[in-house]
Design a protein. Structure first.
Length: 243
């Protein structure tokens, strides 16, 4: 009887320690089965599709995690010059909304790259290409940061700062929340909150800038995404949303 009671007390203590490691994030924005399909445009010309999908819940690092994927495909005219078949996969903690693992399979023309990052959130380490990198607590990757941002309150004039790690490098992501705007897509017209997203590294100029428009509701669906690049602006416009 005493032994059984000791086991119960130890289990409760261990669970309380585990739960205290990371803050729980309230999520009313997304769930398994969500599938967002986008038309991808370059300089205003439709050139492909992108699909973000929450496929299932799996066990990783003894935790429940969303298996989330992003696939991007060029099409038609663009396939002739640069055939793109990119696939990203992230495993996002269900309760605390941070990353446990990310895989990338990048295919663009003759370019080929396969990358994987394992995140040890308990010991604040990332493992990438045989290297061990120290990471901040509850770090995000390039895909999980989208979903984490959807759980946050977006207040005009305020900024949200996110710790992120991508391809073995740590970043500070600053999200500046702007005004509500009307966004027209083939799937409808939405009232959306415009945000400016800046990826930064200490002591260096901004690495990447993009704009994301989130619907002004509980789901905060990204209905428009614009990424600035040297070759021109790449735009993703929501075509279809399934839940």
């Amino acid at each position: 009887m005493i032994f059984a009671l000791s086991i119960i007390l130890y289990t409760n203590w261990a669970n309380s320690i585990e739960n205290s490691l990371w803050p729980k994030v309230e999520n009313r924005a997304f769930a398994v089965g969500e599938k967002l399909t986008y038309v991808v445009k370059w300089k205003g010309i439709a050139g492909g599709t992108a699909v973000m999908e929450i496929r299932e819940i799996v066990r990783i690092s003894d935790r429940d995690a969303y298996r989330v994927t992003l696939s991007t495909r060029s099409s038609g005219f663009f396939d002739i010059f640069l055939k793109i078949r990119d696939f990203l996969e992230s495993y996002i903690d269900k309760e605390c909304i941070f990353t446990w693992k990310q895989r990338k399979r990048l295919r663009g023309g003759k370019y080929r790259a396969d990358r994987e990052t394992i995140y040890d959130q308990t010991n604040h380490l990332a493992f990438y290409r045989g290297k061990k990198i120290e990471i901040p607590s509850c770090v995000q990757d390039s895909l999980s940061s989208f979903y984490y941002l959807r759980t946050q309150k977006l207040t005009e004039g305020e900024s949200i700062v996110i710790d992120a790690n991508d391809d073995g490098k740590n970043f500070l992501v600053e999200v500046k929340v702007g005004k509500l705007e009307k966004v027209a897509t083939s799937s409808g017209r939405f009232e959306a909150c415009k945000t400016e997203v800046l990826w930064k590294r200490k002591g260096k100029p901004d690495i990447e800038k993009s704009y994301i428009w989130f619907t002004n509701d509980e789901k905060k669906i990204p209905v428009r995404i614009e990424k600035q690049s040297k070759s021109g602006t790449i735009t993703m416009l929501l075509k279809e949303a399934r839940f």
